[in-house]
Write a protein of this length. Sequence first.
Length: 247
Amino acid sequence: MGVLAVFLIIFVIIILSGIKIVNQYERGVVLTLGRYSGMKNPGLRIVVPVFQKMHKVDVRTNAMDVPRQEVITKDNVTVGVDAVVYFRVIDAAKATLEINNYAFATSQFASAALRDITGNFEMDELLSRRKEISAQIKEIVDGQTGKWGIDVENVKLQNIELPGDMKRAMARQAEAERTRRAAVITAEGEKASSQAIAEAAEMLAKAQGGMSIRTLQTLEKISREASQKTVIVLPTDLAGQVSKFMK
């Protein structure tokens, strides 16, 4: 009975080892005696112990960082560029059978494509044409990884690290541009103010007694402040008569 119990326990363990659970976000690639024999969809699945093996493949979208690459641009500027690649498995069988490690292979190919593509652009273009460069990298990487059952959904350039002297030069240029804009704004304000004063003076000169009223308003403001000076203001008409009398 003891030997029979042992064999029974071993048999149950073997049977249980053939019961597999495939999650909703996975696909099961089944190999029978080492050869591909089918795909298992999500749910409770059974494989034949010893004769069959099942490899689970995650089919969700993965975000993978492409390490920082030192790139020499078309205008001979050395910059550091990194990116992120979004991809997912669309053919679990190919991802298992055609490539040893599809995630690592995708990362390596994306790194190479990143260096090749960015090296064809000048530094200013790298900063201003990120979307176009990302699209070119995606097209190249997707063309290769498609053979492995991988779909590259998107590629995003993240950081473009410029040399220190280039950063300082750009900072000085930006500061000079801000100073220039401030000077232009100040000059435009002074111009508008001068034009408004000239228009106001012209209107006062045309209005009957306008200058006299303005003079009295100015005198009222001066009288509010403590001062040792006495200011005598004569109306324009009276000033003209006094001037004739003095002659």
